[in-house]
Design a protein around this ligand. Structure first.
Ligand code: GDG
Length: 457
């Protein structure tokens, strides 16, 4: 018996966090920021884990969205989520900047949980419904779901990079993953390079024929294409025009001791984000006197993330050691050049920080897109502020007017951070105008619409 939802999002997590007994709040993070508005506009349901292990919850409504919780046991969180998703796939898909763990126990849990998500979707989807599966945690769902419900229109979007064959081929279960994705009618990637990596791998590993964006799988055609994700430009643009945000931005600068330059980093505390590299560059600029004491403050917001995964514990220790060293050596009583916050902030505070920052430093070693770069630009209607952006972020394809860096090149990073700090108002406004034109035209609404139009075509 098919269900009644004609539009479904399937994602590892529901777009809410618990804030009390049966009280929920929309959660931060790239995926949610991007998709919640789309679901609210269409009458649909969102299937995902609700965040607490060993707990079975009934479907509920929140914020105009119908939410269907999928249960996960403590052990499954450990093996499927922290394990295969975040200790195997995450590093493998991000240029192996950390060493991926290959374990059959983790793989078995990944398969089992993907099957559960597929069954949940099969149960609630109306006949011929459109189902949009999200991200690397659920790459087997498209094929599993097609097997249960061949009538559905299935889309898949990968939010993180899809790696080149040379790396992907390490994966002992490479065939199964490719076959899992090929269960979709449309597989979306952030960059054209991700789509072509995938297409070439299907040819090489599975021997499939293809032409341009189309892969021929038995009697079906699967499209693989890039759909660069974006942000809600107009929401941010109007938020930062509100008096309380403007006042808060001024207050932040004051609290920082009114330095000439405020540099800002906003990231989940993740080893792909290049936080260590940017701090190293900043620390060296201070140490060699290129930045005078008191001239600049670096604010680094590092939102807690995946805290039980070993690599993330190590990263936290190393970043906190680095911050302590810089402040200890370059600071003074009452004056710390690096303001490091291992906390999560509300949208308003984040917007005020963007507005207060002269230089936004986005230096991932590899990143699917990076929404922070696009959020910063959306907030700068004053046409001030400089964006320093890694060429290894998906956003670099579109944001050519940023101050581009290779984050592995510390000297280059130092030079570019200094140029961004010293740029003339004319240069900054010229760059910012063009960046804003890009992000406002290709916003998150455009992303979702073009993906769904391609899926439903
Ligand atoms: C993945 C891909 C891709 C951060 N701290 C707070 C907070 N945030 C918000 C930011 C931004 C989001 O989280 C982070 O998005 P990113 O794109 O920068 O990075 P990932 O989390 O790694 O996202 C990435 C994305 O998916 C979308 O496809 O771009 O490449 O890795 O929106 O503002 N939000 C709040 N408080 C915080 O403390 N409220």
């Amino acid at each position: 018996m098919p269900g009644s939802s004609s539009f479904l999002i399937v994602a590892n997590r529901l777009p809410v966090d618990r804030v009390g007994e049966d009280m929920w709040r929309r959660s931060p993070g790239g995926l949610v920021t991007a998709i919640a508005p789309v679901l609210q506009r269409r009458e649909g349901a969102w299937i995902g884990w609700h965040g607490a292990p060993d707990e079975q919850l009934d479907p509920f409504d929140h914020d105009g969205m119908h939410l269907i919780p999928v249960p996960l046991s403590e052990r499954e969180v450990e093996l499927y989520y922290e394990g295969f998703s975040n200790a195997t796939l995450w590093p493998l898909y991000h240029d192996v900047v950390a060493t991926p763990v290959y374990s059959r126990v983790l793989w078995d849990a990944y398969r089992l949980v993907n099957q559960r998500f597929a069954e949940a979707a099969a149960e609630v989807a109306a006949p011929d419904a459109v189902v949009w599966v999200q991200d690397y945690q659920l790459q087997l769902v498209p094929a599993m779901l097609r097997k249960l419900r061949p009538d559905l229109r299935i889309g898949f979007f990968l939010h993180i990079p899809f790696p080149p064959g040379e790396l992907f081929q390490q994966l002992p279960w490479r065939r199964e993953l490719l076959e899992g994705l090929l269960g979709a009618d449309l597989v979306g990637f952030q960059r054209p390079g991700g789509a072509s990596n995938f297409i070439r791998l299907c040819r090489k590993t599975l021997g499939l024929q293809y032409q341009k964006h189309e892969i021929y799988v038995e009697d079906r055609v699967v499209r693989a294409e890039a759909f660069p994700i974006s942000v809600d430009f107009s929401e941010l643009d109007s938020l930062v025009r509100e008096p309380h945000i403007i006042a808060r931005a001024a207050e932040i600068r004051q609290e920082l001791g009114d330095p000439e330059q405020v540099l800002l980093g906003v990231d989940r505390l993740d080893y792909t984000k290049g936080i260590g590299q940017r701090l190293k560059a900043f620390g060296e600029l201070l140490a060699e006197g290129s930045i005078k004491p008191g001239e600049a403050v670096f604010v680094q917001i590092a939102t807690p993330s995946r805290e039980r995964v070993e690599e993330y514990m190590r990263l936290r220790d190393s970043i906190e050691l680095q911050v302590g060293r810089i402040n200890g050596e370059q600071g003074d009583l009452g004056q710390q050049p690096v303001q490091y916050m291992h906390q999560s902030y509300g949208r308003d505070e984040l917007a005020a920080l963007y507005l207060a920052a002269d230089v936004m430093v986005v230096t991932p070693l590899r990143d699917g897109m990076n929404l922070v770069a696009k959020e910063y630009v959306s907030c700068r209607h004053d046409l001030r502020g400089a964006l320093v952006l890694s060429e290894f972020a998906g956003a670099a394809d579109e944001m050519k007017q940023a101050f581009m860096v290779n984050p592995y090149d510390i000297d280059g990073l130092k030079r570019t951070m200094l140029s961004a700090m010293r740029a003339t108002p004319h240069d900054l406004s010229r760059r910012m105008r063009s960046l804003r034109r890009r992000v406002s035209t290709y916003d998150v609404d455009h992303w979702a619409k073009t993906f769904l139009a391609a899926l439903e075509a």
